[in-house]
Design a protein. Structure first.
Length: 128
């Protein structure tokens, strides 16, 4: 079921082409992992956003092994972090499963006019 959700999120929103970037929070969730794997198959650049933890290097390695182009800690400005790394154009799609400040950070990282899709609310907070 989660793979189907991930596929619909990528196919139904954003009009994506190979080389486009997708940013997703809750990247370690099952849907997040499926999105990352599908991005790799579809030649999209997955930017995985995950919570800070003491073993973040292991999380980063795991997500990259699934196909993530970049792995970013979900704190501070995602847009600024991507600018610092200056690897590719801003994301054309953001997928949010957390809500709250995390959703705002995703939205700020997007190219103008590109969609933020909320498909979950793990943080139980409104995006303000």
């Amino acid at each position: 079921r989660e793979m189907c959700v991930a596929y619909r999120l990528l196919e139904d929103f954003g009009n994506l082409k190979p080389g486009d970037a997708v940013v997703i929070n809750a990247a370690t969730s099952v849907v997040g992992q499926c999105v990352i794997q599908l991005c790799a198959m579809l030649k999209l650049r997955a930017i995985a956003v995950a919570r800070a933890r003491k073993d973040f290097d292991k999380t980063e390695a795991w997500l990259k092994s699934l196909g993530a182009s970049e792995v970013i800690v979900d704190e501070g400005s995602i847009a600024r972090e991507l600018e610092k790394r200056s690897l590719f154009a801003k994301p054309r799609l953001a997928l949010d499963a957390v809500g709250g400040a995390s959703a705002v950070r995703l939205a700020e990282s997007l190219q103008p006019g590109c969609p933020l899709i909320t498909y979950g609310d793990l943080g139980a907070r409104a995006a303000t």
